[in-house]
Design a protein around this ligand. Structure first.
Ligand SMILES: Cc1cc2nc3c(=O)[nH]c(=O)nc-3n(C[C@H](O)[C@H](O)[C@H](O)COP(=O)(O)OP(=O)(O)OC[C@H]3O[C@@H](n4cnc5c(N)ncnc54)[C@H](O)[C@@H]3O)c2cc1C
Length: 531
């Protein structure tokens, strides 16, 4: 599958391999890292972002693609929605069928609340399903939630909300136990102890995994449990707007049936938004590792209803997205590949960065290598990339390790005639994760809108400006469970007032006053027609 030019570069990679086995590339000093980020990370480029002009976060810089959606009108005509005749009336409405939504629904149901989960595609069509590398939790004798906390805060550049990180790292061992009790099959040693490895920016081996399909195994477990408990799920019915009551408290949502195109109203005492991230906005023109439904719908809905968005100027580009073959462009190559020994090398076969620096730094180093130093490899279509020397894994851990440890990834490449245990693979950063989101407290409650909760990638503040690998699968479960519990425990004391969509009308007026609002949002699905 590789071209002759690629083969020539691969030979250089092979020539330096034996030497590199002994060679440890130095870590970046703090000032080097700072300069690298400022020079090459897309977040720092002047032309990638602008301040949003309306709404609760007016003045905050965000990617243009996000601002375009926030400065748009609603898809619904707020004056013509039959709010007084809801199709469903429940205690807890969960919006989003990924890991955060499912864990919130399960926990709320455990407490005895009447729960309804609605989702845009099918239950499990979600980024959670695609996660490969692992989930962090400090549950080994040489580790502790405090050490985990320090790693998270360091990885986030000391910008994280401390109370959220405390919740994340303290609950982590409980979440692993919960998953295991539900039947999640993590990879284990022969004696039954959990296998754990390092991830970028972690000081201990605390990454738990199920081979290289950790997210799929977690989502399978949660989905099975949802089905076992007969928790009602409505698929292919995305939420378009949140409903507030006459006191400004969240009171449910307006949905759209994608098959019939009809609207539906759900009245709820508490609502949990778990709609995931914004990868499909293709921020700064990058390819993405995300699923098709990752279009920031929850952020748009919460924003119109009055919730503040935080850290949206920080986007995570995963250093190792597929650069070749083009059919797999942007698809994730899990950090685990570097975690178990693969080095990053340029077209000359030289290492240029310590492989397990934080993701923002590794991505920036790859962009620098290709753009400034001109030492990347460009494919025939002009796609730049550097080599991820995956055959090193076999040299370090023995023949057969790649296939055993990375079976899904191995098969994906095999379909295109590439054996990643023998040849290195070409990679380039891919848009991977939305570091920011809706502002929450440690129970997942919106800081501005009573009775609204946000969990998972749609929430902001936990990871500050940079998430470490394995902490998102963790946060969706920690905050999914926290939100589910808190939302369910409070329903007995909640009386829903008169439902209203006046916030949409008010937002439309604000848009009109600013001369904005030509387009409509949320996006729901990306439009690739003609591309
Ligand atoms: C390829 C890949 C690999 C990853 N690997 C790892 C890893 O190894 N470790 C780690 O910690 N993290 C990893 N991550 C990140 C992590 O998987 C995600 O951040 C996390 O799973 C997000 O979970 P979520 O429940 O918040 O969102 P999702 O899992 O994306 O679920 C969101 C759900 O909301 C639905 N939805 C969206 N809009 C609407 C709407 N308007 N109405 C109703 N429903 C809606 C979607 O259809 C979807 O079902 C990875 C991500 C990707 C893409």
């Amino acid at each position: 599958m590789y071209t002759d030019e690629m083969r020539a570069s691969i030979r250089k990679v092979e020539e330096t391999r034996a030497r590199r086995l002994e060679e440890k590339h130095p870590r970046l000093a703090p000032e080097e890292k700072d300069a690298l980020l400022k020079g090459f990370h897309p977040d720092y480029r002047e032309d990638t972002q602008r301040p949003v002009r309306v709404g609760p976060s007016a003045g905050d810089r965000m990617p243009h693609e996000m601002v375009d959606l926030l400065e748009a009108r609603s898809l619904i005509d707020a004056g013509h929605v039959p709010l007084d005749a809801p199709e469903y009336d429940v205690d807890v409405l969960v919006i989003g069928g990924g890991g955060a939504g499912a864990s919130a629904a399960l926990t709320a149901h455990e407490i005895g609340a009447e729960v309804l989960l609605v989702t845009k595609l099918r239950l499990g069509d979600a980024n959670t399903m695609m996660a490969q590398g692992g989930i962090q939790a400090a549950d080994k004798p040489n580790d502790s939630p405090v050490i985990h906390y320090l790693d998270v805060i360091g990885g986030g550049g000391f910008t994280n909300r401390p109370e959220l990180v405390r919740a994340l790292t303290n609950d982590a061992p409980l979440v692993i136990k919960w998953l295991e009790d539900l039947g999640c099959m993590f990879s284990k040693e022969a004696d039954g102890t959990m296998q754990t490895i390092h991830g970028g920016g972690t000081s201990r081996k605390r990454m738990h995994f199920a081979r290289d399909y950790t997210g799929a195994e977690i989502m399978r477990t949660l989905r099975d449990e949802m089905r076992n408990r007969c928790i009602p799920v409505i698929e292919f019915c995305p939420a378009l707007e949140l409903v507030l009551d006459d006191e400004g408290k969240c009171a449910g949502a307006v949905l759209k049936n994608m098959e019939t195109q009809e609207g539906m109203v759900v009245r709820a005492k508490t609502t949990i938004l778990a709609t995931g991230g914004f990868g499909r906005l293709h921020v700064s023109g990058f390819p993405t590792s995300n699923h098709y439904g990752a279009t920031a719908d929850g952020l748009v809905m919460a924003y119109r209803a009055g919730a503040r968005l935080v850290f949206l100027d920080a986007t995570q580009f995963h250093p190792t997205g597929v650069a070749f073959p083009e059919q797999m462009l942007g698809q994730l190559v899990t950090e685990k590949v570097r975690g178990i020994g693969a080095q990053l090398v340029n077209a000359e076969g030289e290492q240029f960065v310590f492989p397990l620096e934080t993701r923002d730094a590794v991505s920036s180093a790859i962009i620098r290598e290709c753009q400034e130093r001109k030492k990347g490899f460009a494919t025939v279509t002009g796609q730049p990339g550097v080599w991820l020397d995956s055959p090193m894994i076999e040299l370090i851990h023995g023949p057969g390790t790649v296939k055993a440890q990375l079976p899904a990834m191995f098969r994906q490449y095999e379909r295109f005639g590439i054996d990643m245990s023998v040849d290195p693979i070409l990679i380039y950063p891919t848009l991977h994760y939305q570091n920011g989101g809706v502002e929450i407290d440690e129970f997942g409650q919106s800081s501005q809108i009573p009775n609204l909760y946000i969990a998972g990638e749609a929430a902001g503040g936990i990871h500050g400006r940079n998430r470490l690998m394995g902490n998102s699968l963790l946060d969706i479960l920690v905050f999914g469970r926290r939100a589910g519990r808190h939302a369910a425990e409070r329903v007995a004391g909640i009386r829903v007032g008169k439902p209203s969509l006046d916030h949409i009308k008010d937002f439309d007026e604000e848009l009109e006053g600013a001369g904005l609002g030509k387009a409509c949002s949320p996006m729901l699905l990306p439009d690739y027609v003609g591309r």
